[in-house]
Design a protein around this ligand. Structure first.
Ligand code: AMP
Length: 593
């Protein structure tokens, strides 16, 4: 297969923002791709060569890509950089400067997909002293034989930012349409949620059809998409939603950790599927020592504790553990405990479809409790009073709040989704703030006065799983300290776009657009109908969305959350509904929630 065909397909994706159209562009293409190449095609559609949880990267910063463009096109490096500063995307720079004429020279070879994959593999594995130079030359070699359009996407693949707008959900839809039926989508989604490997799902369904997907199992060592909690604004509503009886657990404010204990290894994954094992080697070892079986997957929260008293410390303390180097000292300085709250797999048995109480019992059956290995504190409650008193204890013990968990027969572990089987209730709700929201930066406004020459405010959005898009909810201009204001360009500029991302719906026009990537924690005082924002547009009022009033940055960059794990439009709409008692319209519009 020629890479040109793939570049054309990416271009078609980029030219539309309608999810259905994207699905059919992908599905049409999947039909003609040789089965042996489908897995790699799906990965590169997401700017990768491996599944999400793989730590392997191309290791090419934008500046190195610009060097390859300069080298191939014979353009001075400073000129290339100038164009890049204006365009904000190495892909566009390559497209402008690679003219495609080189293809006719004596040394040119056709740019097949196999050659691209081979080149990308070489870039990824280049190591050692002159590896940067070799990476640059391998890319340049491929650019030499590229058309402008191919050059655009080659450079985008190595940045990992494709900008086509095709999300994981759209790819899964397209796989369903091509190789099975639309109705099979939940099973395909589950296969993806338990393996986190979209390439593998694509390969299975293409080779074995929906039956192959049904037979996909949890594998120890490969992360599973985590289950998430809904929220409600008052304890009485939580207990009502749980039909008067549920479990409540302390909600610890630490780092969610999914631990895989295999026969020969222990791996700890974050909720974003990053490998955190080297950040918590003490916890990994201790869990292995205190596990009585052979293989398991559990989830818990790693929390910092005071070395002398054992008391729980704030999130900021455990956050010190999230570093790449100098772990030995950090481990001593910031002792950590894990509070296990779920067990998903043990000795060949998938527990995810068992009810909560059974999974909870399994934790105690298979683990010995020790100083740094604990089980989350839990109580079965039958009234708002009991829940309120448990909440008080949780706050006294420096937790963030409580997690109410259904104990019904249907209380499975819902991989990769947020539902009312788990409901979080945090102390922020008590303090009259609606809650903290994890919102995605999609744009920035230049500052004035003291903030002149810097970004002064950010356009924040939330993710709508139903449409696969980001709707704006507020303009955020408070809570920034000087350090954060200075740091904003280095945090955001790599995601700068020339135009609005096709994934973003916005009415407000910022000075600079970004790809929706960076997630910040924001507190707000109220949610209101807003004619200028686009989240939940038309749901509560025609042509209006919902907005967060008086938003303030808490200082916490949520780099443990991906943009699709930010507070969703549905959650914010639910909060609005609770706050305004505007149930009717919302339920009519979202009957399946
Ligand atoms: P939030 O980050 O506000 O969406 O809250 C969900 C997070 O709470 C989970 O991802 C866990 O990291 C954390 N958490 C703390 N304690 C518990 C618990 N007992 N059960 C489930 N999640 C918990």
């Amino acid at each position: 297969m020629d890479f040109a065909d793939i570049a054309n397909m990416f271009n078609k994706l980029e030219l539309t923002s309608a999810r259905l159209e994207m699905t059919s562009i992908l599905a049409d293409f999947f039909k003609i791709v040789p089965v042996t190449e489908l897995k790699n095609l799906v990965y590169i559609t997401q700017g990768k060569l491996h599944p999400d949880f793989s730590q392997i990267e191309f290791g090419m910063a934008d500046k190195l890509i610009l060097k390859a463009i300069a080298f191939t096109s014979g353009t001075p490096e400073d000129k290339v950089e100038k164009i890049w500063l204006k365009e904000g995307d190495p892909g566009y720079v390559a497209e402008m400067l690679i003219d495609g004429k080189k293809q006719t020279t004596l040394f040119s070879e056709p740019l097949t997909f196999a050659r691209v994959i081979d080149g990308l593999n070489q870039i990824e594995t280049a190591e050692g002293k002159d590896s940067q130079d070799r990476k640059m030359k391998i890319l340049s070699n491929m650019l030499h034989d590229s058309s402008p359009l191919e050059a655009r996407y080659l450079c985008r693949i190595v940045t990992g930012r494709m900008r086509t707008g095709a999300s994981t959900m759209t790819i899964l839809d397209a796989l369903a349409v091509t190789f099975a039926n639309k109705e099979d989508k939940p099973e395909i989604e589950r296969a993806f949620n338990i393996t986190c490997d979209i390439g593998l799902v694509a390969e299975k369904i293409a080779e074995e059809g929906i039956e192959g997907v049904r037979n996909m199992n949890i594998a120890v060592g490969k992360p599973i998409k985590v289950m998430l909690a809904e929220r409600l604004p008052s304890i009485s509503e939580v207990i009502k939603k749980m039909d008067g009886e549920c479990a409540v657990e302390y909600k610890y404010d630490g780092i969610r950790s999914q631990v895989h204990i295999g026969k020969t290894f222990v791996k700890i994954f974050s909720r974003r599927l990053e490998d955190l094992t080297h950040n918590f080697p003490d916890i990994a070892q201790s869990l292995k020592d205190h596990f009585r079986g052979e293989e398991t997957i559990i989830e818990g929260e790693c929390v910092a504790v005071d070395a002398d008293t054992g008391c729980i410390q704030s999130f900021q303390e455990v956050a010190h553990r999230r570093r790449k180097y100098g772990m030995d000292d950090t481990i001593k300085k910031y002792p950590v405990k894990i509070f296990i709250f779920d067990m998903l797999y043990v000795n060949g048995r998938d527990l995810t479809l068992l009810p909560y109480m059974k999974r909870r019992e399994a934790i105690k059956d298979w683990f010995d409790i020790s100083d740094n290995i604990q089980v989350s504190k839990m109580k079965i409650v039958h009234s708002a009073e009991e829940m309120e008193s448990f909440f008080g204890d949780a706050i006294d013990e420096r937790c963030e709040g409580i997690m109410a968990k259904s104990i019904s027969d249907k209380s499975i572990y819902q991989t990769g989704s947020r539902g009312f089987l788990w409901i979080k209730y945090k102390k922020d709700y008590h303090a009259n703030l609606i809650d903290s929201f994890d919102l995605v930066v999609v744009g920035a406004f230049y500052g004035m006065g003291k903030r002149a020459g810097k970004y002064g405010a950010l356009l924040m959005a939330s993710y709508d799983k139903e449409t696969g898009k980001y709707g704006t909810v507020c303009k955020l201009g408070t809570g920034f300290d000087d350090a954060f204001l200075d740091n904003m360009p280095s945090l955001l500029d790599k995601y700068k776009l020339k135009n609005k991302s096709p994934l973003v719906d916005a009415k407000m026009i910022p000075d600079v657009w970004f790809s929706p990537v960076v997630v910040l924690e924001v507190v707000g005082a109220e949610i209101s109908i807003s004619p200028v924002h686009t989240a939940a547009i038309d749901i509560f009022k025609e042509k209006a969305g919902i907005g967060i009033r008086f938003p303030r940055f808490t200082g916490r960059i949520r780099d443990d959350k991906g943009p699709e794990q930010s507070t969703s439009v549905i959650e914010i709409a639910e909060m609005y509904k609770m706050q305004s008692h505007d149930f009717d319209k919302f339920d009519r519009a979202h009957t399946n929630i």
